[in-house]
Ligand binder design. Sequence first.
Ligand SMILES: Cc1cc2nc3c(=O)[nH]c(=O)nc-3n(C[C@H](O)[C@H](O)[C@H](O)COP(=O)(O)OP(=O)(O)OC[C@H]3O[C@@H](n4cnc5c(N)ncnc54)[C@H](O)[C@@H]3O)c2cc1C
Length: 497
Amino acid sequence: MPVETTWDVIVVGAGNAAMCAALSAAEQGAKVLVLEKATREDRGGNSTFTAGGFRFCHDGVEDLRTDILDDMTPGEYDSIGNLPTLSEEQFMEILMRITEHQADEDLGRILIGQSRETMRWMRSHKIRFIPMFGRQSFKIDGKHHFYGGVNIEAVGGGWGLVDMLMQAADRMGIEVLYETGMRELLQDEKGAVTGVRAFGPDGYVNFSAKAVVLACGGFESNPEMRVRYLGPGWELCRVRGTQHNTGDGINAALKIGARPHGGWSSCHAVQWDISAPPYGDRVVLDNFQKHSYPIGVVVNLNGERFIDEGADYRNHTYAKYGKEVMKQPQRTAIQIFDEKTHSMVRDEYRIREVTRATSNTIEELAEKLDINVEGLRQTIDAFNAACQPGEYNPSVLDGVATRGLAVPKSNWALPIDQGPFHGYVVTCGITFTFGGLKIDTEGRVQDLTDKPIPGLYAAGELVGGIFFQNYPGGTGLLNGSVFGRLAGKNAGQRAVG
Ligand SMILES: Cc1cc2nc3c(=O)[nH]c(=O)nc-3n(C[C@H](O)[C@H](O)[C@H](O)COP(=O)(O)OP(=O)(O)OC[C@H]3O[C@@H](n4cnc5c(N)ncnc54)[C@H](O)[C@@H]3O)c2cc1C
């Protein structure tokens, strides 16, 4: 335990949102303590498990080269054929469309409007970025053509991001206390938050502070809360990331009268290898995900298709399709590719820990993977018959669609007719929950009368109101960075001002 138990700002959690909040508070001159429930080895929360991909506004590679990608090599630069720009209008349109127009527009405007400046700020703290060559581009005539809006990642992915944030925190003199989980928020008689009660290696400790920033994740790792809010059966999904995000920050704030906000019955969930462990694996990381379904077809154990695999770019559909897999028999689905597209699947399909089968015929593949043989045969025949001629291009919405199917495939619809055929078995992996606390545009947690709770701020996954039903890829980290920076700045100013 530190000798000091009185601080200017306490930040709860040590993921991306928390560390951005801590850096920002320290920039205001505040003495900052970060409390992290996990061990040092398990630090970084879900942020460690990520690819480190960020979605933010920019004007293309020339623009990015001036500040965010300033240490890209000439060879890397020359290998880029196209890296599409992302304007504030485009980003806002995507956010609103994907969240079924439920996203809080004020928070959305901050998220998007401050996205570029926040990336620049992270870079000023020596966080390094590179283009996502491996996962977010297709090679055409030897050059990388990027797509889908998430084209930049932290060097070293999530691990790299967390390590660089921790180094930045060290440079700013921020103290991090591991194995110390917040249990309660402390208040004075007027209702202002005055610190936290935490449980550490030596038992309970009260830490006093002039401001507290909650950034300790959602409730995705709490099966009881999942069932309560997402519905029956959700205790059975896999968790893609940390086991420590059990809703502690949300529960502690609700207990002192914070307002619940956002999409409490929905979450970010993906297609995830059926043999993956209950919680994230810190070596395999996000490679259990199987995200090349737009260039194949997805069936259930009856052999039936149930999603439009080509409805949009992967980055705009992957976060909602895990929930569709949850509804299928035995929460199981099988992604099928034929030889034409199999060579294009993402690297995550080539790991050792993969549940797959290959066969020269569709019938044999069905037998190997326990799919209803006749059902799959009929589905593939109908799908192939519905495919139309067109100019196939996996890096754009090519409009090569099926015609006449109850479940269409709207882009990239090539017949599954060239063996060998490859099947990958997936289930649902939850990433994070969408319901959380209500904050205002200064990052202050709101109470049940829509007034700020003095001294209490929040950022990251535990804030509600930004994502509903679905989520635009690469926005989780950005969300933590933008609102972490904002909450940390205002908490720091309250503390030292
Ligand atoms: C496999 C995977 C891949 C992903 N890929 C991407 C990607 O490429 N791009 C992207 O934008 N998003 C991605 N995401 C989503 C992204 O991880 C989250 O949106 C983001 O990391 C959330 O950041 P956070 O700081 O709010 O939470 P976290 O990073 O989860 O941090 C929360 C921290 O709080 C700690 N904590 C919990 N309870 C307590 C307590 N009581 N006291 C103290 N500490 C506590 C936890 O241990 C944890 O360290 C991915 C998620 C997963 C799981």
